[in-house]
Design a protein around this ligand. Structure first.
Ligand code: GLS
Length: 826
């Protein structure tokens, strides 16, 4: 057996020749091609199919074990799952990566090239969707009974092209040539009702009964994506719903000449799962978005109930023991009235019993405080699409208002604040309120964020139900975000402290004692240098820019948003450029600023910032006076697979959001885990990262949440900073000229306007000076090679807290109350 010996117990052991035979078998029998003809795409598919044999066996065993044990399970409802690529992850988790590498090598095929063939599964926008993907990885690894539920979008997040410096959106087609991982389950198709009206009837016993007569029925087709735990023992699934017209093709209409009408219904139904809304942190308010949300929640609840009934029949008394549903943000909040509808209208439970079930099944995670991201639906829209649900929401609210009145008798102001219904010109349904009221636990995603949720967002809810609002700090899976994406560092760590850290990330603390060891420092920084070399090649291939691997690689990767302040970094880059032009001997270590970011297609200023970064980059990279010291690279189409290349190569991690705005961040954790040193504000999980690594190993700058509030309360005037700081004035004025956009003065002036005339909502100018000083500190620290190596090592060593296994353990112990269920062999 050539499977490498490791301390991690594996369920599947196959050797190189067996793997080779399996790949060839699939090349012949699944793809109908042969070794001489196969291109990398065919090799990729054949390798996936070879793996899928083990994956399917894992799913079968896992489901059988869970069924036989009648386990309580968590159902993770999320409109987004940003999975990325699966082959490398599945090979790693089965412990077959090296076996596959050797096997393909012998076939004359390069595994890295094969891995590049896989399209990313980009069914999410950013952090929220990637968190869901990390969580289901941890759930499977920890052998917990869990299922992810979401939408089988035909098109995931758009592919970003950059033309003339500007973002162009192109459709993403992740399954155009088939996806070898997904398994269609026609036996579990569900039907979902929409539109129509509600009839009120009186039953024999005088009981009022409501009957919803839907105007439209669509089918939900489940596709299962395997989620392989580390060690390959538990293989859970992510079940994604695809919409289809429920009826058969309408021959009558077709025969009478209405060809298009006959198709119209199909097209409408299929539109539901057609495309992911590309907005991160903005509520879309579109009818189709609400239909998407309801569609996947209704399908998923029916699926859960079908499974429950198979074991327990019509006895609802054990439902809350078996089922917990985590709502990933408010996107699936409509599941609350849907479950009430099923229990009251269908199962004919009385309201209190039904409500008791609901409020013991749902838990809700809040991911943002940004007002524009807190979902509110016009009551009119709900009434049209889901008339019965609106009635149920009114009833939930009516009963809740009575509770509020008991606590705060006669206080109408508090009632107005807490009501699910926001009165005004247009009546709105607040999905955050519905989620808090309908759940037994509510959590924020980092200490600071959870405190702000309690203090600012939902203070009265906290008073009403002490203990219900809590914190679970986010985490990331170390399997994907260190072991798989940074093989050289992983191997170095294995040699130093053993190879069981992917399952127990606190073990990395064992590296701390080598932080000042010269040999280890050298090895650690050599790995970094190799990774920088690989990224430099990527930058050359994608942008034709030469970068020096001895320069500081300063990385900012995240969605483009004003609160994340990519434009703060941009102003600083322009300032460095200016300093170098004014003084060619300006003393700085060479630096490459590397960006990756997508902007929501309708977010004009975000797109302008991308344009500005690219225009400034063009100028700097082609200016021989400075480009030995300064380079800027904006890598297009930032996505999970690109992150996997950028993160291992970063020296500096930019986490510079306005304090109080970034709920947690998870890129901050991934970068630090790979030995990048953070320059950041006291925001989100940066605070907890700083606590772990200590003040000497992070560059913290800028206003705190309290200072932000004070400054705003006292009347923030960005022009003061403009006039006071000549550098700020110079770079802002520079943006308005045609220096960066020859012949087109003013092409970048919207950024200046937003910072001066529109009030600089995110305090970019107020934090500029502190940021610039902190960057000087970074420069100084980097030049001291030993100091920097020590900082980098300590960052890796101290990231134990941020494994998503710890987050999941928190959820399991404090919220879900789940037991792990080791999967039986055979
Ligand atoms: C987000 C937050 O903005 C991030 O700070 C957070 O890390 C992430 C996961 O909790 O959720 N909220 C959101 O709407 N998109 C996000 O990425």
């Amino acid at each position: 057996m050539s499977a490498k010996k490791t301390s991690v117990e594996r369920d599947v052991t196959i050797n190189k020749s067996e793997f080779k035979a399996a790949v060839i078998k699939h090349l012949h029998c699944t793809l109908g091609t042969d070794e001489n003809k196969a291109n990398n795409h065919a090799w990729w598919k054949a390798t996936c199919s070879a793996m899928q044999e083990h994956v399917l066996e894992g799913i079968r065993k896992t489901q059988k074990t869970h069924y036989l044990n009648d386990t309580r399970a968590v159902h993770y409802f999320s409109a987004e799952f940003l999975m990325g690529r699966l082959l490398s992850n599945n090979l790693q988790n089965f412990g077959l990566f090296d076996v596959a590498n050797d096997a393909l090598n012998e076939l004359g095929v390069n595994l890295s090239d094969v891995l590049e063939e896989e399209p990313d599964m980009a069914l999410g926008n950013g952090g929220l969707g990637r968190l869901a993907a990390c969580f289901i990885d941890s759930l499977a690894t920890m052998e917990l009974p869990a299922i992810g539920y979401g939408i089988h979008y035909e098109h995931g997040l758009f592919r970003q092209e950059i033309q003339g410096g500007a973002q162009i959106e192109r459709p993403d087609s992740w399954r155009d040539y088939g996806n070898p991982w997904e398994i269609c389950r026609p036996e579990s198709i569900q039907e979902v009702s929409l539109f129509g009206y509600v009839e009120t009837k009186y039953g024999e016993n005088g009981r009022i009964q409501k009957e919803w007569h839907p105007g439209h029925i669509v089918k939900g087709i489940p596709w299962d994506i395997p989620v392989v735990g580390y060690g390959g023992k538990t293989v859970n699934v992510l079940r994604l719903w695809q919409s289809k017209a429920s009826g058969y093709f309408n021959w009558d209409v077709f025969n009478s000449g209405g060809y298009l009408d006959a198709q119209a219904e199909n097209v409408q139904a299929e539109t539901i799962s057609k495309v992911l809304y590309p907005n991160d942190e903005t509520e879309a308010g579109k009818e189709l978005r609400l239909i998407q949300q309801y569609f996947f929640c209704a399908c998923s609840l029916k699926d859960i109930i079908r499974r429950y009934k198979r074991a327990h029949g019509d006895d609802w008394s054990r439902f809350i023991d078996q089922v917990v549903i985590q709502l990933n943000d408010t996107h699936p909040a409509i599941a609350i009235p849907e479950l009430m509808r099923i229990l009251v209208d269908r199962a004919e439970l009385d309201w209190d019993k039904a409500w008791n079930i609901c409020t013991n099944v749902f838990a809700y995670t809040n991911h943002t405080l940004l007002p524009e991201a807190l979902e509110r639906w016009p009551a009119r829209m709900l009434e049209k699409i889901l008339p019965r649900h609106l009635e149920i929401i009114y009833e939930i609210n009516h009963r809740f208002m009575k509770e509020v009145d008991k606590k705060w008798p006669g206080d109408n102001a508090v009632k107005a604040r807490l009501s699910i219904i926001e009165e005004g010109n247009e009546k709105m349904v607040r999905m955050g309120h519905l989620s808090v009221i309908g759940s037994f636990a509510v959590n924020g995603v980092a200490e600071l964020h959870s405190r702000l949720v309690k203090q600012n967002l939902f203070p009265e809810f906290d008073a009403l139900w002490p203990g219900k609002l809590t914190n679970v700090t986010n985490g990331i899976t170390p399997r994907r975000w260190l072991k798989a994406c940074n093989p050289s560092l992983s191997k170095l760590i294995d040699k130093k402290i053993g190879d069981d850290w992917p399952l127990d990330l606190n073990k990395l603390a064992g590296l701390e004692k080598f932080a000042t060891n010269k040999t280890f420092q050298k090895q650690f920084m050599q790995v970094k240098q190799q990774n920088k070399q690989l990224l430099a090649e990527e930058i050359k291939a994608s942008l034709d820019i030469d970068v020096d691997v001895n320069a500081i690689f300063d990385v900012q990767i995240k969605r483009l948003h004003e609160y994340k302040r990519q434009h703060l970094a941009l102003l600083h880059i322009m300032a460095l450029y200016r300093r170098l032009l004014e003084n060619p001997d300006y003393d700085m270590h060479p630096r490459v600023f590397i960006f990756g970011a997508k902007a929501a297609p309708g977010y004009k200023l975000a797109k302008d910032i991308i344009l500005a970064i690219n225009k400034v980059a063009d100028k700097i990279n082609n200016d021989a006076r400075v480009n030995q010291k300064l380079k800027v690279a904006f890598l297009p189409n930032y996505r999970v697979s690109l992150a996997e290349k950028m993160i291992p190569a970063a020296d500096v991690s930019e986490q510079i959001s306005t304090a109080g705005k970034e709920a947690s961040g998870t890129g901050n954790m991934k970068l630090a885990l790979n030995g990048a040193v953070t320059i950041g504000t006291l925001d989100g999980a940066n605070i907890e990262i700083a606590e772990e690594v200590g003040d000497d190993n992070i560059f913290i700058f800028g206003l705190t949440v309290d200072e932000v509030n004070e400054l705003k309360a006292s009347g923030y005037k960005p022009y003061d900073y403009y006039y006071k700081n000549p550098e700020i004035k110079a770079v802002l004025d520079w943006l308005e000229t045609d220096y960066f956009t020859p012949g087109k003065p003013g092409a970048l002036s919207s950024i200046k306007q937003s910072l001066l005339d529109h009030g600089d909502q995110y305090l970019v100018l107020a934090d500029y000076e502190a940021y610039s000083k902190a960057q000087e500190e970074v420069d100084k620290a980097y030049r001291d090679k030993e100091r920097w190596a020590k900082m980098a090592i300590i960052n890796t060593a101290k990231m134990g807290k941020f494994t998503s296994d710890r987050s999941i353990r928190d959820y399991v112990e404090r919220i879900w109350k789940l037991d792990s269920c080791p999967v039986r062999k055979g």
